[in-house]
Design a protein around this ligand. Structure first.
Ligand code: PMP
Length: 386
């Protein structure tokens, strides 16, 4: 049916690979199976109450109307202060910060605003779903590898092979989904040099910036010398403040880059929910993420310990976000078949690594956005099943 009714440009846009797992989980749960969920890429905590109160106060005041396409002024000002103090980048809250419906929309309007047919975009492999947005914008994704030997740092040789005269934009995501890797200083500098030498724009997705372990620090690419003018910094509230359902994110870029992006943004969702934006004002700079990050670190430690006990399963110790990306246990090669068999036979839900690109083949994404007890339950079942 879609062949006849759908636009040609949708033909290459796949359904999300994770959706298939969600649907299988629903089916099994309807039959009464107890599923341990390690597939969902979202924090399992409630949104902290001071943030919720921001929304309640907005409703009580009657702040229920459209806002500026850029977002409400108090939130943009809070974000400008945060970006200067925490990330060492100065943006003008009047025309360099745009509040969006989640980082997803920030990525999408950035792509719509700056790439088109004939352009190539460098995308990490493995990665979150940037390629679909690139295709919707008419451009072509070209992958470069993240190297497991270096804790999933970008492989600069692979970037050099992937770049062409058509390349307009480079996408970087640190801390990373699905690998849990964090860009180190040396590689951040290499990325900077590569972007400058090839005169590329950069989309830096920093949505997991606050979820870091082992004294890791976050380096915003736009803060590096010669990067502010060419970089769109993307961030959001979903992960740090457990606000996935509030649909609140933002982008920050020099005014010349925001200009084409805001034109696209005007015609997508107009503005983020006014209520969510007022809640967001209470989140920025609040430190309310800290107890959640401490819980994630305990879970990371447990997941790493349990992975180590399984022959053949290895991965660099994840130092950010809430994902581990190990190889399959000894004797297995097909990650998709592994995940569906494990789910149906043991009720443990993971995501096949190949969903995130060719470099994910033979790997699994384990999202430890679940309690230590449930993580133990999942690994007990996995060991028994193996
Ligand atoms: N970027 C990355 C790397 C992500 O993992 C996600 C969510 N899974 C997003 C962006 C989008 O988050 P949201 O739209 O909820 O802000």
């Amino acid at each position: 049916m879609l062949d006849q009714l759908g636009a040609d440009r949708m033909a290459n846009v796949p359904f999300s690979g994770i959706r298939e797992i969600f649907e299988e989980c629903d089916r099994l749960e309807d039959q009464g199976t107890d599923i341990v969920h390690l597939e969902i890429g979202r924090p399992d905590f409630d949104t902290p109450s001071p943030i919720k109160q921001g929304a309640i106060d907005a409703l009580d005041r009657g702040d229920v109307h459209y806002t500026s396409n850029y977002g409400i002024q108090p939130l943009r000002e809070e974000l400008a202060t945060k970006l200067e103090e925490e990330n060492d980048i100065r943006y003008d809250p009047d025309d360099e910060i745009v509040v969006t419906c989640g980082a997803t929309e920030a990525v999408f309007v950035t792509l719509l605003g700056i790439v088109e047919a004939g352009d190539e975009v460098l995308v990490p492999d493995p990665s979150w779903t940037y390629s679909a947005g690139i295709q919707l914008a008419g451009a072509e994704p070209v992958t470069y590898e993240l190297d497991p030997q270096t804790g999933f740092q970008p492989d600069i040789d692979s970037l050099r092979e992937a770049v062409s005269p058509e390349t307009k934009l480079l996408i970087v995501n640190s801390p990373n989904n699905p690998t849990g890797g964090v860009l180190d200083e040396a590689h951040a500098t290499e990325i900077r040099d590569f972007a400058v030498d090839n005169n590329l724009l950069v989309l830096s997705d920093e949505i997991y910036e606050k979820i870091l372990y082992d004294d890791k620090t976050h380096q915003s690419l736009a803060a590096l010398n010669a990067m502010r003018d060419r970089t769109v910094t993307i961030n959001g509230f979903s992960k740090a403040y457990s606000m996935t359902g509030w649909r609140l994110g933002y982008l920050a870029a020099p005014a010349e880059l925001v200009d084409p992006i805001i034109r696209a943004r005007q015609y997508t969702s107009t503005c983020a929910s006014s209520i969510s934006q007022h809640a967001g004002v209470r989140a920025v700079g609040s430190g309310l993420h800290e107890p959640m990050v401490e819980a994630f670190e305990r879970r990371r430690n447990r997941v790493s310990e349990r992975i180590e006990r399984i022959p053949g399963m290895t991965c660099p110790n994840p130092t950010g976000a809430f994902y581990a990306f190990p190889t399959l246990p000894e004797g297995y090669t097909d990650d998709r078949e592994f995940v569906f068999s494990l789910l149906r036979e043991s009720g443990v839900a993971l995501v096949p690594g190949s969903v995130f690109g060719d470099a994910g083949k033979g790997r699994l994404r384990i999202a430890y956005s679940n309690s230590v007890e449930r993580i133990d339950e999942a690994f007990d079942r996995l060991e028994h099943w193996l």
